[in-house]
Design a protein around this ligand. Structure first.
Ligand code: 5GP
Ligand code: ZN
Length: 121
């Protein structure tokens, strides 16, 4: 079972505001903040406040939480300067495990958007 918070986890520390971050959104169960190394004009991380290491630990009890995060993403993307669908929009992705490219072991969704001339298709 996952503990609510991991004292050694950098994202738990960001949620607890022990480490400062550019806060994008906060409610009782969800937190969003700017990625420290943005890959796009808009790039924030959307995370559950609860310490869930990755998508590999998500179960049926988290389905509602994940759904709320998915539904929140387009609203926050617009607030952060992404253009509206369909010409605008955003990319949302999560890396899972070492071979999935995950570096921070607290579930997070990258939300990336804004005008990017190098993006095709
Ligand atoms: P991952 O590779 O685990 O999917 O992505 C981790 C992301 O967290 C990276 O894009 C990295 O820039 C970001 N990140 C890591 N440490 C910090 C931090 O202390 N503050 C913020 N704002 N972002 C961080
Ligand atoms: Zn954590």
């Amino acid at each position: 079972h996952t503990a609510a918070h991991d004292p050694d986890c950098i994202f738990c520390k960001i949620v607890a505001k022990q480490i400062p971050s550019g806060i994008v959104y906060e409610d009782e169960e969800i937190f969003a903040f700017h990625d420290i190394h943005p890959w796009a004009p808009v790039h924030f991380l959307l995370i559950p406040k609860m310490h869930i290491p990755s998508m590999a630990q998500v179960g049926p009890d988290q389905a509602g939480l994940l759904g709320r995060m998915m539904a929140l993403a387009p609203k926050l993307a617009l607030e952060q300067g992404c253009n509206p669908y369909p010409e605008g929009g955003y990319r949302m992705l999560t890396n899972t495990g070492r071979e999935g490219g995950q570096e921070v072991q607290h579930l997070h969704f990258h939300v990336m958007g804004g005008p990017r001339p190098w993006l095709r298709g």
